[in-house]
Each structure stands twice: as structure tokens, then as C-alpha cells.
Design a protein around this ligand. Structure first.
Ligand SMILES: Nc1nc2c(c(=O)[nH]1)N[C@H]1C(S)=C(S)[C@@H](COP(=O)(O)O)O[C@H]1N2
Ligand SMILES: [Mo]
Length: 268
């Protein structure tokens, strides 16, 4: 029987061992459902179309530049990082600010491992991340030229170092398909989905709080913090409940998306 060749040098690291420390009490979203409903404006603003538009996007080889307030800035190959840090699987809730949600098994490593590796200095208080800017490979960047590309996001250093914060290279037990942010993305499960920036090429350690893509476009609708909170409505809709993609079931939204135990202390 013939099998497709691995598309990635690290493919033999999948599936990774699941870390069961973060149980989710909702059924997992089906893989095909998650892969066909994506928010990735670089390709399209229409979620059902993103997966059809990613073929020209070149994701291998891939490096991440780390700059700013750290002792060991540099450009690091993603395949090397994966070999160095190893991979684990975690099932997390994903809550979009638009009030839909999924439950997804991510594969990756804690962002804190990367941060420790570059040795932040005392001036480092925030982390800023950027996606690539490649309009020739990403039709949404070419067509929607009024957006302030490349996509950029940020966290406080404390948030970035929290145990939940992951750099993710895989989903459903294999390397990330391009529509999910190949080859490496951020996942911060207690914040609205727009914080979980895809296809990261640059990480900067900054002293000041960085601007973010959606905050720049609509500050009243998409603020820097973006902590999931059922009690605070979006200016145009309630955030009290969310609709599970796939089943269509409506469920209660939880404060910090259910991760109060891990992150509540950050916001006292
Ligand atoms: N670079 C980039 N990252 C991004 C986005 C985007 O448009 N561009 N959309 C965000 C939003 S709003 C959500 S809800 C999640 C969706 O991730 P998924 O498609 O893997 O489910 O990606 C986030 N990361
Ligand atoms: Mo989103």
C-alpha cells in the first residue's frame, strides 16, 4: 500500500502525545468542518473559501526572526525549533469574537520555551508578532490592499509566558494545513480568536504595548486585551453565548473561555 510522502521534515513527530491537563467538556469539532471554516483575511474574508485559495502559499522552508529586548536575537528555522522543543497535543476551545466556537486538538510547544531560549532582558514587557506580507501568494492581501498588512498582534510578556500560550505547528495529529496558519501560529485559548495570529515570521520583544491589526482598524470593537467575557457585549452583538461550528449548538460562553484557573491571576 502506498502512502503520501510527508510534506514536512518533522511529519514523523505526529501524532504527538496528548497533554490531558486541560480537559474540555464539549465534543471536538470534526476535522473537515474546522478545515473549511477559517478566518484568514490574507486569503479571503469569506470563511468557507479560505481553504480553496491557499495553494500558492509557500510554507517550507520557514524561519522566525526574533528581535528586540533579548540577549539572543536571531533567525530560527521552524523545523529546528520543533526538534529542539518537541511537540505535545492539547485540546482547546477556540472562541471567535463573532460568537462562533470550535474545539480543536492543536499540536505545538509552549511559547515560553522560545522566550526562555532568547533570554529576554529587563526591558522586555510585551511580545509583538507579525504574519508574512506576500500579496503574490495571498490573494486576500492583494485584493484587500487597504488593510494595514502584514497582520500583527501582541500580548504582555506575562501572557506570552503563561502555560496555556502555545506556538502551534499541527492540528488533528498532523502538520497544520495552510488555512489554519501553516507552518506555525500562535494559540491563546482564553482570548478571542483574532489574537491567535497565523503563519508567524517575526517576534519582537518590546517595552511598550504594541498596536494590533484589528485594534488599529476598529478600536471600539476589537481591543488589545480581547479576553473572552460573556458579560461584556461587542458593540454590535451579545457575547453571552456562542454557536458551535458543525453541530450548530448554542452554548454558554465562559469567562476567559473556561480557562480562569490558568489565567485569572493575570487580571487581578
Ligand atoms: N494572520 C492572520 N491570523 C489570524 C487571522 C487572520 O485573518 N490573519 N484571523 C484570526 C481569527 S479572527 C480567528 S477566529 C482565528 C481562526 O483560526 P482557524 O481558521 O485556524 O480556526 O485565526 C486568527 N488568526
Ligand atoms: Mo475570529
Amino acid at each position: 500500500m502506498s502512502e503520501a510522502a510527508p510534506t514536512d521534515a518533522s511529519a514523523n513527530l505526529y501524532p504527538a502525545v496528548r497533554n490531558d491537563a486541560y480537559p474540555v467538556y464539549l465534543p471536538m469539532t470534526e476535522e473537515a468542518v474546522a478545515a473549511h471554516y477559517n478566518n484568514f483575511y490574507e486569503f479571503s474574508a469569506i470563511k468557507e473559501k479560505v481553504h480553496e485559495l491557499v495553494d500558492d502559499f509557500v510554507t517550507e522552508p520557514w524561519t522566525i526572526e526574533i528581535t528586540g529586548h533579548c540577549a539572543r536575537p536571531g533567525t530560527y528555522d521552524v523545523a529546528d525549533l520543533v526538534k529542539k522543543f518537541g511537540l505535545e497535543e492539547r485540546v482547546y476551545r477556540l472562541r471567535c469574537v463573532e460568537a462562533w466556537a470550535m474545539v480543536v486538538p492543536w499540536t505545538g510547544f509552549p511559547l515560553n520555551k522560545l522566550i526562555e531560549m532568547v533570554e529576554p532582558t529587563a526591558k522586555a514587557k510585551h511580545v509583538r508578532m507579525f504574519t508574512v506580507n506576500r500579496p503574490d501568494q495571498a490573494p486576500g492581501q492583494k485584493k484587500q490592499s487597504w488593510y494595514p498588512w502584514p497582520y500583527f498582534e501582541g500580548l504582555t510578556l506575562e501572557e506570552a509566558r503563561n502555560e496555556l500560550t502555545m506556538m502551534v505547528t499541527g492540528i488533528y495529529g498532523h502538520p497544520l494545513p495552510k488555512q489554519h496558519g501553516a507552518p506555525i501560529r500562535l494559540v491563546v485559548p482564553w482570548k478571542y480568536g483574532y489574537k491567535s495570529i497565523k503563519s508567524v515570521v517575526k517576534i519582537e520583544l518590546t517595552s511598550r504595548r504594541p498596536d494590533t491589526f484589528w485594534e488599529t482598524l476598529a478600536p471600539r470593537e476589537y481591543d488589545f486585551w480581547a479576553n473572552v467575557n460573556p458579560a461584556v457585549s461587542h458593540p454590535r452583538w451579545s457575547q453571552a453565548t456562542e454557536q458551535m461550528i458543525g453541530s450548530g449548538k448554542r452554548v454558554q460562553t465562559l469567562k476567559y473561555n473556561g480557562y480562569r484557573k490558568q489565567v485569572g491571576h493575570l487580571y487581578k
